[in-house]
Design a protein around this ligand. Sequence first.
Ligand SMILES: Nc1ncnc2c1ncn2[C@@H]1O[C@H](COP(=O)(O)OP(=O)(O)OP(=O)(O)O)[C@@H](O)[C@H]1O
Ligand SMILES: [Mg+2]
Length: 221
Amino acid sequence: MSTLLKLKKINLQYKTGKENISVLKNIDLNIQKKETVSVVGESGSGKTSLIMLIGGLEIPTSGKIFFQDQEITNLKEDEISEIRKKNIGIIFQSFYLIPNYTAVENVALTLELNNFKNPEKEAKHLLDRFGLKNRFNNLPSQLSGGEQQRVAIARAIAMKPELILADEPTGNLDTENSIMIVNILFKYVKEEGSSLIMVTHDPKLADKAKRKIKIKDGKIK
Ligand SMILES: Nc1ncnc2c1ncn2[C@@H]1O[C@H](COP(=O)(O)OP(=O)(O)OP(=O)(O)O)[C@@H](O)[C@H]1O
Ligand SMILES: [Mg+2]
């Protein structure tokens, strides 16, 4: 198996006022292609921070991150964002859909911005795959929480990213919807051969991943 992502001696400190707080300490982590990993840990342990670092949305205080053997920690912001757009799909707990765009339009926009042919057709195909065939023209306000998250997932994976990052993707959903969403994610990842890093509080959902990582006191256990 080949390595997709490598974190080397990553430290992350946040500065608040005069204080420096050390959130992640000396983290070494390798993620293989097609690997599924869940991240657990107490509230405030640094799970979201880890996702932000991997997605290039946060810069480590020290250490290096390599994506497909390319170091991303020394790149300019627009260069990182270019890599992210092409290769990394991010799903958050809040869905962040565009409120005045329909389900199809929300997904199609990402494809359009990346010069995809037939963005609407591809968006419909993806939504259909996630069981939303009869919801194409609904606005987010006209969708249930579970449906909104399925649209958000379709949008995040529209570019067929090598790596999917999901930060508490079911945090706003009930048990039934949570299981459905996670099943959809894992099915997709398996079919497309992408890698997945998923943060979750739920031990049952965490068990779906091949590898489980626990963050405690800023370190991986
Ligand atoms: N931008 C920031 N500036 C200062 N401190 C921050 C910032 N972002 C996060 N923190 C602090 O870093 C620590 C880790 O935060 P993080 O959001 O990564 O935790 P988490 O494990 O995702 O928690 P939760 O399970 O509650 O989502 C927390 O103590 C938080 O207060
Ligand atoms: Mg978090």
